[in-house]
Design a protein around this ligand. Structure first.
Ligand SMILES: Nc1nc2c(ncn2[C@@H]2O[C@H](COP(=O)(O)OP(=O)(O)OP(=O)(O)O)[C@@H](O)[C@H]2O)c(=O)[nH]1
Ligand SMILES: [Mg+2]
Length: 242
C-alpha cells in the first residue's frame, strides 16, 4: 500500500453546500454507507474520509440552516470542489444557491471545480425511481430492479436552469467558459433515496480533482525550510551570515 494511504491525511477537500432539507447528508450517507438512512438536520458540519485508490479524499457535509451560515466559508477554505446542491422539486432551493451559498465559496481554491446537484430526482423523474442494486455475492441471482410505485411530484427545476446557474457561476468566478468543464458535464440530477447517479456524481468529481491531488502531494514532498532548526551558517567577524 502506498505510504500516503496509510497516513490517512486528506489529499484534497470536497464540500457539499446547499439549503436545509435538500438531502446533502443523505447523499453522503448513500455514497459512503450504500444506503438511505434517516437523517437529522446537520449542526455545523461533518467530515468523511473516502479512500479513492491510493488517495484520501475528505468530503465535508455542511448545515443548510440559516443559523449556521457563517460557518460555510470556513468549511470551503482550500476546497478543490464544491457541490452546490438543490432539491429538484423546490425552485427556491436553487435560487438560494446563488443568493446565499455562492459567496461562501470565495475561500475555496482558485481552481475549484463546481458541480450543481439536483437531488430528490426520484420524486420527479421515473428514471430515478429504479433502486440501485448493490453487486451480489458470486453465485447468487441478481434480481431485476423494478421501479417502486411512487407519486411523481411536480419538477420545479429543470436541468437547463441548473446549467444556466453553472454558467453564471463561471462568470462570477471570472473563469473562462472555454477551458472550464462544460455545464452539461457539471450538472447532475441524483436521488439519495434510490442511489440514482450518486456514484457517478462523486466519482466524476474525484477524477476531476486528481490534478489538485497531484499538486498537493508535490507541494508536500518538496523540501521546505524548517524555521525551528538552526541553519548551518558561518559567522563572519562582523557577525553577519554568509
Ligand atoms: N424522496 C427523497 N427524499 C430525500 C432524498 N434525499 C433526502 N431526502 C429526505 O429529505 C430530508 C432531508 O434530508 P437531509 O439529508 O437531512 O438534508 P440536508 O440537506 O442534509 O439538510 P440540513 O442538514 O438541514 O442542511 C430527509 O427527510 C430525507 O429523508 C432523496 O433523494 N429523495
Ligand atoms: Mg444535513
Amino acid at each position: 500500500m502506498p505510504p500516503y494511504a496509510k497516513t490517512k491525511k486528506p489529499d484534497v477537500k470536497l464540500v457539499i453546500l446547499g439549503d436545509m432539507n435538500v438531502g446533502k447528508t443523505s447523499l453522503l450517507h448513500r455514497y459512503m454507507e450504500r444506503r438511505f438512512t434517516d437523517t437529522i438536520s446537520t449542526v455545523g458540519g461533518a467530515f468523511f474520509l473516502k479512500q479513492w485508490g491510493p488517495y484520501n479524499i475528505s468530503i465535508w457535509d455542511t448545515a443548510g440552516r440559516e443559523q449556521f451560515h457563517g460557518l460555510g466559508s470556513m468549511y470551503c477554505r482550500g476546497a478543490a470542489a464544491v457541490l452546490l446542491t438543490y432539491d429538484v422539486t423546490n425552485w427556491q432551493s436553487l435560487a438560494e444557491l446563488e443568493n446565499r451559498f455562492l459567496s461562501l465559496t470565495d475561500t475555496a481554491n482558485s481552481d475549484c471545480i463546481f458541480a450543481i446537484v439536483g437531488n430528490k430526482a426520484d420524486l420527479a423523474d421515473p428514471k430515478a425511481l429504479v433502486v440501485e442494486q448493490e453487486p451480489e455475492e458470486e453465485g447468487s441471482s441478481l434480481p431485476c430492479p423494478t421501479p417502486p410505485a411512487s407519486p411523481i411530484a411536480h419538477k420545479q427545476v429543470h436541468k437547463e436552469d441548473a446549467m444556466a446557474l453553472y454558467n453564471r457561476i463561471l462568470r462570477y468566478k471570472m473563469l473562462d467558459e472555454h477551458i472550464s468543464f462544460p455545464a452539461e458535464k457539471m450538472c447532475f440530477e441524483t436521488s439519495a433515496k434510490t442511489g440514482y447517479n450518486v456514484d457517478l456524481l462523486f466519482e466524476t468529481l474525484f477524477d476531476m480533482v486528481l490534478p489538485s491531488i497531484m499538486k498537493n502531494r508535490s507541494e508536500r514532498s518538496s523540501p521546505t525550510v524548517d524555521l525551528e532548526e538552526p541553519l548551518d551558517v558561518k559567522r563572519t567577524k562582523t557577525g553577519c551570515c554568509v
